[in-house]
Write a protein that binds this ligand. Structure first.
Ligand code: PRP
Ligand code: URA
Length: 211
């Protein structure tokens, strides 16, 4: 079995932007802009190994060989709600990616994910899936989403998150060693309510202004 690869982002721009995301005084507008920008920067790292093919291009001066991304194709799948905040930033880089949706929420008492909506691109079996959720806490939501996507026959899955707890990373790496994780930061622990500490609070509430 392939080993899971966990990539913790080291880029100064990502670290800088995550600091402002954590700040409780950052309001909804800036928070959304930061989530989108960080998602774009993480996507830049997560797409580093896309395969290329050679094509012929005519410039105003000459015919030349050039490289373009080959074959199919990406699908991006945000976990609702908070994953939606990452979609626009990634679509700026990969405008042709198909977008699926997985609706999950964590039961407040049990912390177990409850599924309420799923819509996948029809040809997901031919696509590399980028699963989006800013928060990887216990890992229950990401694991449920990965299982659903695997059952839909996606050929590869990469999980992109902004802040992860060690518990969530362990859960995904133990259960799905083939899934690569691209993560903006890894925090200390979970508190008694399953929130990441220091974290940034409830990502969905901060993105949609519902707290
Ligand atoms: C948050 C977050 C993840 C999940 C992480 O969603 O966006 O989906 O919790 O926790 P876990 O790793 O312990 O499963 P939430 O359930 O609060 O739903 P929301 O995005 O609709 O607010
Ligand atoms: N979901 C969030 O939005 N934040 C956390 O810290 C944990 C789960």
């Amino acid at each position: 079995m392939e080993n899971t690869k966990v990539h913790i982002m080291q880029h100064p721009l990502i670290k800088h932007k995550i600091s402002f995301l954590r700040d409780k005084n950052t309001g909804t507008k800036i928070f959304n802009e930061l989530v989108s920008e960080i998602a774009m920067l993480i996507c830049f790292e997560a797409t580093r190994n896309l395969s290329l093919e050679s094509v012929e291009i005519e410039t105003p001066l000459a015919v030349t060989k050039a490289e373009v991304i080959s074959g199919k194709k990406m699908a991006i799948i945000p976990i609702l709600r908070a994953g939606l905040g990452m979609v626009d930033g990634i679509r700026m880089l990969v405008p042709n990616a198909k977008v699926g949706h997985i609706g999950l929420y964590r039961d407040e008492k049990t912390l177990q994910p409850v599924k309420y909506y799923c819509k996948m691109p029809q040809d997901i079996d031919q696509r590399d899936v980028f699963l989006l959720d800013p928060m990887l806490a216990t890992g229950g939501s990401a694991a449920a989403a990965i299982q659903y996507i695997k059952d839909s026959s996606a050929k590869s899955i990469k999980l992109m998150c902004i802040i992860a707890a060690p518990e969530g990373i362990k859960k995904i790496t133990d259960k799905y060693p083939d899934v690569e994780i691209f993560c903006g930061a890894v925090d200390s622990c979970l508190n008694e309510f399953g929130y990441i500490v220091p974290g940034l609070g409830d990502a969905g509430d901060r993105i949609f202004g519902t707290n």
